[in-house]
Design a protein around this ligand. Structure first.
Ligand SMILES: NC(=O)c1ccc[n+]([C@@H]2O[C@H](COP(=O)([O-])OP(=O)(O)OC[C@H]3O[C@@H](n4cnc5c(N)ncnc54)[C@H](O)[C@@H]3O)[C@@H](O)[C@H]2O)c1
Length: 266
């Protein structure tokens, strides 16, 4: 059994659903029994908590409603984690919003604004609040680095999916921000990396792209299927762990090879 995260505390946003929820479960599976989970949905957070507790009854799980687009709420959320557990060793910024695919002439101001406010500004607010705390901490016993942050960007940050203009712009921003912050905080021994999921079967992809798109996409993917939340969660856990202790500033695609595909539809 892997126990990478023993004695550590993880903070995860977007933990009420999909990738964030599965990431919480995988951290608990790999030995992290202090989890501070945030999302807009208290019902979803409670489901995540009960699910993890059914597998790991000794886990200490706190859940908190947070809108990551709200600066005050984010500060309170991060402070809540510190009050609960005293330190934040790992953080995963998975909360995100995807608008329905539409060509740019039909893209609403609302979808543009929300993509920016949640995906880019929200991730920035979380990262800033986390770094202000992490920089004051000591590394966990046996760890070289003080802390790790993994931001969930998207394959859309580097290649294109039709109709996701605002989403792609916001996720490209997350990628640029993460690289700069990795450079700035490397000397402080805080690692910051991104995961770029391809198409992962979650409520978000179903709502944004639709079932037909997902079916066709699976065929285009070299590994011949769409991703599952666990595919991403396993990569997040590895990137957060000491096995990736000399890695910072990267963007790891978790996409079954989809970023390689340049041919016609099959
Ligand atoms: N599913 C995919 O194909 C895919 C691909 C690439 C990247 N991603 C990214 O992965 C992350 C997780 O997405 P998912 O597919 O698990 O979607 P999901 O819809 O299952 O989960 C997203 C969660 O984020 C929460 N959230 C949304 N806005 C929020 C806000 N303002 N404050 C706090 N929480 C908020 C939602 O309530 C939800 O629980 C997102 O950042 C998404 O952009 C997903």
């Amino acid at each position: 059994m892997v126990t990478y995260f023993k004695d550590g505390c993880v903070v995860i946003t977007g933990a009420a659903s999909g990738i964030g929820r599965e990431t919480a479960r995988v951290f608990a599976r790999d030995g992290c029994i202090r989890l501070f989970l945030g999302d807009l949905s208290i019902d979803g957070l409670s489901e995540t908590k009960n699910w993890i507790l059914s597998e790991h009854p000794t886990a200490n799980i706190e859940v908190a409603v947070v809108n990551i687009a709200d600066e005050e709420a984010v500060e309170k959320f991060v402070q809540g984690a510190v009050t609960a557990f005293g330190h934040i060793d790992f953080a995963v910024n998975a909360a995100g919003f995807a608008h329905k695919a539409a060509s740019v002439v039909d893209l609403s101001d609302g979808d543009w604004e929300k993509s920016y406010k949640v995906n880019l500004r929200g991730t920035f607010l979380c990262e800033r609040a986390l770094l202000r705390q992490m920089i004051r901490q000591k590394p966990l016993p046996g760890y070289e680095c003080r802390a790790s942050i993994v931001n969930i960007t998207s394959l859309c940050a580097t290649i294109s999916i039709p109709g996701l203009t605002a989403y792609s712009a916001s996720k490209g921003g997350v990628l640029g921000m993460s690289k700069t912050d990795a450079l700035d905080y490397g000397p402080d021994k805080i690692r910051i990396n991104c995961i770029a999921p391809g198409t992962i079967e979650t409520p978000m992809s179903l709502n944004s792209l639709g079932a037909d798109y997902l079916k066709a996409n699976a065929k285009l993917t070299p590994l011949n299927r769409n991703g599952q939340p666990e595919d991403v969660a396993n990569a997040v856990a590895w990137l957060s762990s000491p096995h990736a202790g000399f890695i910072t500033g990267i963007t790891l695609p978790v996409d079954g090879g989809l970023n390689l595909y340049t041919g016609p539809p099959v």
